[in-house]
Design a binder for this molecule. Sequence first.
Ligand code: S3P
Length: 741
Amino acid sequence: MIRWQRVAILGLGLIGSSLARVLKNQGLAVEVIAAGSRLANLQRGVELGVIDGYTHSLLEAVDGADLVVLAMPVGSMRCGFEAIRQVWSRGQRPIVTDVGSVKGAVVGMAVEVMGEWPSTFVPGHPIAGSERSGVEAGSADLFRRHKVILTPGPDTDACALERIQALWRLSGAEVLQMPVEDHDRILAKTSHLPHILAFSLVDSLARESENLEIFRYAAGGFRDFTRIAGSDPRMWHDIALANRSAILDAIQLFRVGLDRLEAAIAECDSAALEQTFERAKKARDHFSFMLASTAYAKTGNIMTEYHVQPGGCVRGTIRVPGDKSISHRSIMLGALAEGMTRIEGFLEGEDALATLQAFRDMGVRIDGPEQGRVDVYGVGLNGLRAPEQPLYLGNSGTSMRLLSGILAAQSFSSVLTGDDSLSRRPMERIAAPLRLMGARIDSTGDRGTPPLRIHGGQMLRGMEYSLPMASAQVKSGLLLAGLWAQGATTIHEPAPTRDHTERMLRGFGCAVDVGPGWARVQGGQRLQATSIDVPADISSAAFFMVAASIAPDSDIVLEHVGINPTRTGVIDILRLMGARIDIMNMREAAGEPVADLRVQSAPLQGIEIPGHLVPLAIDEFPVLFVAAACAQGETILRGAEELRVKESDRIQVMADGLQKLGIEAVPMPDGMVIRGGSLGSGRVDSHGDHRIAMSFTVAALRAEGTIEISDCANVATSFPGFAQLAQRAGIAVQVVEHNES
Ligand code: S3P
C-alpha cells in the first residue's frame, strides 16, 4: 500500500538511509529524495536503490514533499526548518519528523524558525543508532525490535502523529511517547553520558605517552566500554551542546558515584565496594530481562525444559523458599515505613525481585538479598521518587496490582509494564475501583491490560467497595491506596482471600479493622519499620505434599511452612481426598502462623471440591489436578474461573497436558472434571507457567514413562532451585537447556 507521494530525507546517514530502505522496500512511498552535502554518499544511495534521487538543496528536496524527515546532525536541523518554512509560506503542509537524539533543542529550533511548533511536526528518536555511519551502514532491519520515542506536543495534529506512528511500526519498531523534557533527561543519562564517558576514556588514554602500548594490551572490557567512542564526532558534538544542561546533571550524578567508589577503594572499604558492585550487577541483570521483555529467568534464546524419569518417592526434611505473597508485601511496606526493616527468609524468586527492583527504581535503598536477608531503608509514605523509566514487573501480577494502589496515590506519574504473559492479564479489576477513589489510570493494552499509565497528583477518597471476584491482589491494592486516601477505605470480599496485607500492616503499627468478609483502613496513618521472618511458601510446599501423597513409600517433612488459614485450602482438599498430613510444631512468625508438615503416601479418592475452599487453594489447583489424576474415581472442581486468568489459562493448559498423558480431564468454563487413571508418558507444554511446569514434574512420580515439560524457565519466578530440591527429595528431574529454534 502506498502511503506517501514524495518523502524528503534530509541527511542520508545510518538512520536516514535505513528509513529510506524501509520506505522503498515496503512500497510506502512513490518517490524518496535525499538531500545532503556528500555527493559520493548520495550517489551511492541511488546505486543501492535506497533513494530515487538526490539534491544538494534542502529547499528543492522539501518542495512538494508530503513527508520530510530531518535526519541530519542536530546542529544542522535549523537549515531544514528554514527550508520547510519557505514551502510552508507557499501553503504546503508536509508532515515533518526528525530522528535526533535530543528533542528540546530541535523543538526550540522549529519554534524559532517557524514562529510556533508546527502542528504537523512530530519529533521522534529511534533508539537504534550505532557507531557506524553513512548510507552503506544502513539497513531495512535497523529498527526492528528497537524503541522509537515520539514526543508530540499538546497541539500536534492527531493524523500526523498517527501516520508517523504507523511508519515506525511498519519498520518493526516499538513506538513509545513521552514529553520532550522527560526524553532529554532520560537520554542524557542512558545514552549521552555513556558516549561522553567513552570518548573521554579513550581520549585520556590516547594522550598518555605510552598510548600505543596501552591500546595493544587493551582487552575485552576496554573494547566493550569504548565501542561507542567510534561514533560520529560531529553528531556527538551537536548532541553535547544541544542537551547541555541535562548532560551536565548526568555528569554530576556520575561524578558523585565515582567519588564514592574512589573513596571506598582508597579506604579499602570492602563492604562498600561489594555492595556497589552487587547492586550494579543486579540492576544490570534486571535491565537485560526488561529489554528482552521476558520474565527474568530466560536468557537469550535458551529454552529450559524438564525431563523427568518416572517413578521414585520423596523422603527427607526440606525447607522450600519463602512465601511469595509475603515477600512482595515485606518490600512494599518496608519501603513505605519509617526506619529500616530487616527481612529474613525473603523469596529470591524473580517475581519478588521485580517488586524489589521497582522500589529501588523509586529511590529506596535496599541492601541484599543475601541468603534471604534484605534490609529496606523506608522512605515513609511520601518519600518515593518518580521512576525515570516504566517500572518493569516481569511475570508478576501481584507486583502490578499492589503497586497500582500505591502509585495511584503518589504525586508523580508512572507506567507499569510486564512480560508477554503479564501483558495479557486483566488490570481493569484494580484500575476501575481505584478510579472510584479518584485515581487516574489508563490500562493502555488491548483489553484493559498492561501497560498501566498512572497519573500522579490525584487526591484519593476512601470508599466502601464490594469486590466482584475473590482477589487478594485487588483487595490489597485498594487497602494500600487507602493509606493515602481521605477517610476510611472498606473492602468487602465475596469469599475470604489471603490476608497477609492486613496482618502485615498491623505489624507495621497501622490499624486495620476486619470483620466477616470485610477489611478497613483509615487514611493518614504512618508505618513504623519492623522485622519480618518470611515463612516457607505453602504454595511451593504443595508440590511436595502432592508428591509425597501420590508416590508410594514417601515420607517427607516440610519445615517452617506458613499455614495462614486463608492459604491452607490445599491441606484441607488433600485431606478430604485421603492424604496423610500432620501439622507439627505450630508457632507464630511475624504475625503469621507457621508449622512443620509431615506428609506420607496414602491412597487418594476423587472428591467434589467444596466451593468455599477454592479461593483458599487458588494457586494450588495445577498440582491438585495431578493429585486428582492419581486418585480413585472422579474429582470435580467448580467456581474456579479465576484459574483462566493466571500466568496461563490453568484450566485449559492442565487439561491439555493431562489428556496428553492419557488422563480423562474435561475442562469446564469454571473448573474441571478429572477421572483418576494411569499416567502415561509424553511431552507437555507448560506455556511458561511456573506452577504448570512443577505440577507435571510431580506427575512423573506416578507416570509410566518419561515426561518432558517445555518452557520451564519461569519456575524461577516463584521457586528458584526447584529442580535441585526436587532431585534431593527423590524426583528424577533433569534440567535440559537448548537454543530456541
Ligand atoms: C496473590 C493473590 C492471588 C494469587 C497470587 C498471589 C497475592 O491472586 O493467585 O499468586 O499475593 O495477593 P488473586 O488475588 O488474583 O486471586
